[in-house]
Write a protein that binds this ligand. Structure first.
Ligand code: ADP
Length: 378
C-alpha cells in the first residue's frame, strides 16, 4: 500500500496543440479512494493512463510511495487497472485469467497462485466460475472477474477506468457497493474514473473534478456539494443541475433583482447577509446558483416569486417542476406538490442556500458554512 502523488502532471498531444491534462497536482493518501469525474474529453483517462504507465507525461512527476515512477515501465509499477471493457483473455478460464497477472508480477509457485486466486474468488463470490471462459459469463460476472484479477495481485494502487459503464443500472448500484466494500476491506489506494457525478459522489472519500484538462476542485463530496469552487462544479455536481440566475445587487445592497427583468423579481436580503455579500464581492452584478432542492413552494411570506409552471416531471418520490423564474429553472419538490402546466406557483428560497459566483470568471465568491455543522455547534 502506498501514497500516490501527482505533481504538475501534464500531457500534450499533437505538438502541444491539445493539452489533455494541464499541470495536475494531487495527493492521494495511503488507502484513500478518489473518484475523478468530469465531462467527456476532460482528461480523466489520460491521467489514469499516465499513472498506469501506458502514456508518458509531457511534464511533471508521479510518485508511488517514495518512488518516482514517472519514467518507469508499466510492468514495473505495482498498479492494477480495471477497464470498462473488462479486458479478459477470451481463451483462458477465469482461474487462468486471474492467475496470469500473478505469474507476471510475483514468484509464487503454481499451487500458491491457485490458492490465492481461490481465496480472492471466494471473497468476490465467483468461486463457481473458475473453470468458465469469459464468453460463458454475464457482463456483471465478467466485471467481477476483472476486479478479482486486479485484487488478487494486492497492488499498491488500483486504477479504475469507468469499470461499471457497461452494466445495467441495477447491477451498477450493486457493483458500486461491492467495490466500496472490497476497498474498505483491503485499504488499497484507489483512483476511480467516471463521467457519472452520482457515482463519483457516492463512492469517493474525495472527489476530483476536471474540466478541459484542468483541476476544478478536489474535496470531500459533501464539501464540494455545499461549496463548489466555481460555477462549473456547481453545475456539474448534483442532479438536477444547479439553477443559475444573473442578478443585480441594488444600490443599498439589501436587494437582488434579476438582470433583464421587468422588476417582478426582487429578493430582499437580511442585513447580515448583505454585509457578508458586500465584504465578499464588491460586484454590482453576480451570478447566483440555487439548487433545485432548495427551492420551496409557498404562497405567502417575504421573497415570494410568482412563476408559471412549464413541464412537470414526476420521478416517484419527488417532482421536478420547470418554472419560468429563469432559464432552465427547475424546482425539486415533494411528489404531493403536483401543479398543472400553466398554473401560477409562488416559490421562495432561503438566502443561506444561495451560491454566489463571479459573473465573468465563475469563481465562487462566498464560502457557505455547512448547515449541519452550524446547527451542531449552536
Ligand atoms: P476523458 O477520459 O475525460 O474522456 P481523455 O483523457 O480521453 O478524456 O482525453 C482528453 C483530451 O485529449 C481529449 O481532448 C482527447 O481528444 C485528447 N486525446 C486523448 N488521446 C489523444 C491522442 N492519442 N492523440 C490526440 N489527442 C488525444
Amino acid at each position: 500500500m502506498a501514497r500516490l502523488t501527482l505533481e504538475t502532471l501534464r500531457k500534450e498531444y499533437d505538438r502541444g496543440r491539445v493539452v489533455a491534462v494541464e499541470d495536475l497536482s494531487l495527493d492521494v493518501d495511503d488507502g484513500e479512494f478518489i473518484t475523478v469525474v468530469g465531462p467527456s474529453g476532460c482528461g480523466k483517462s489520460t491521467t489514469l493512463r499516465m499513472v498506469a504507465g501506458l502514456e508518458s507525461p509531457s511534464g511533471g512527476s508521479i510518485h508511488i510511495g517514495d518512488e518516482d515512477v514517472t519514467d518507469q515501465n508499466a510492468r514495473k509499477r505495482d498498479v492494477a487497472m480495471v477497464f470498462q471493457n473488462y479486458a479478459l483473455y477470451p481463451h483462458k478460464t477465469v482461474m487462468q485469467n486471474m492467475a496470469f497477472g500473478l505469474r507476471m508480477s510475483t514468484d509464487l509457485s503454481k499451487d500458491e497462485r491457485r490458492e490465492r486466486v481461490r481465496e480472492t474468488a471466494e471473497m468476490m463470490g465467483i468461486e463457481d466460475l473458475l473453470d468458465d471462459k469469459p464468453d460463458e459469463l454475464s457482463g456483471g460476472q465478467k466485471q467481477r472477474v476483472a476486479l478479482g484479477r486486479a485484487i488478487v495481485r494486492e497492488p499498491d494502487v488500483f486504477l479504475f477506468d469507468e469499470p461499471l459503464s457497461n452494466l445495467d443500472a441495477k447491477l451498477r448500484t450493486t457493483m458500486r457497493t461491492e467495490i466500496q466494500r472490497l476497498q474498505n476491506e483491503l485499504g488499497i489506494t484507489s483512483l476511480y474514473v467516471t463521467h457519472d457525478q452520482e457515482e463519483a459522489m457516492t463512492m469517493g472519500d474525495r472527489i476530483v473534478i476536471l474540466n478541459d484538462g484542468s483541476l476544478q476542485q478536489a474535496g470531500r463530496p459533501k464539501d464540494v456539494y455545499e461549496n463548489p469552487a466555481n460555477e462549473f462544479v456547481g453545475g456539474f455536481v448534483g442532479s438536477p443541475s444547479m439553477n443559475f440566475l444573473d442578478v443585480r445587487v441594488e444600490r443599498d445592497g439589501t436587494r437582488l433583482t434579476l438582470v433583464d427583468d421587468d422588476g417582478s423579481f426582487s429578493y430582499r436580503l437580511s442585513e447580515s447577509f448583505s454585509a457578508t455579500l458586500r465584504e465578499a464581492t464588491g460586484e454590482d452584478e453576480l451570478r447566483v446558483g440555487i439548487r433545485p432542492e432548495d427551492v420551496e413552494t409557498t404562497s405567502t411570506g417575504p421573497n415570494v416569486v410568482e412563476s408559471t409552471v412549464g413541464v412537470v416531471e414526476p420521478i416517484g418520490s419527488d417532482n421536478y417542476l420547470h418554472l419560468d423564474v429563469g432559464p432552465d429553472f427547475i424546482a425539486r419538490v415533494d411528489s404531493d406538490v403536483d401543479p398543472s402546466p400553466g398554473e401560477t406557483l409562488g416559490v421562495t428560497l432561503d438566502e443561506s442556500d444561495l451560491h454566489v459566483f463571479h459573473p465573468e470568471t465563475g469563481e465562487s465568491l462566498l464560502y457557505r458554512e455547512s448547515k449541519q455543522k452550524a446547527t451542531a455547534t449552536q
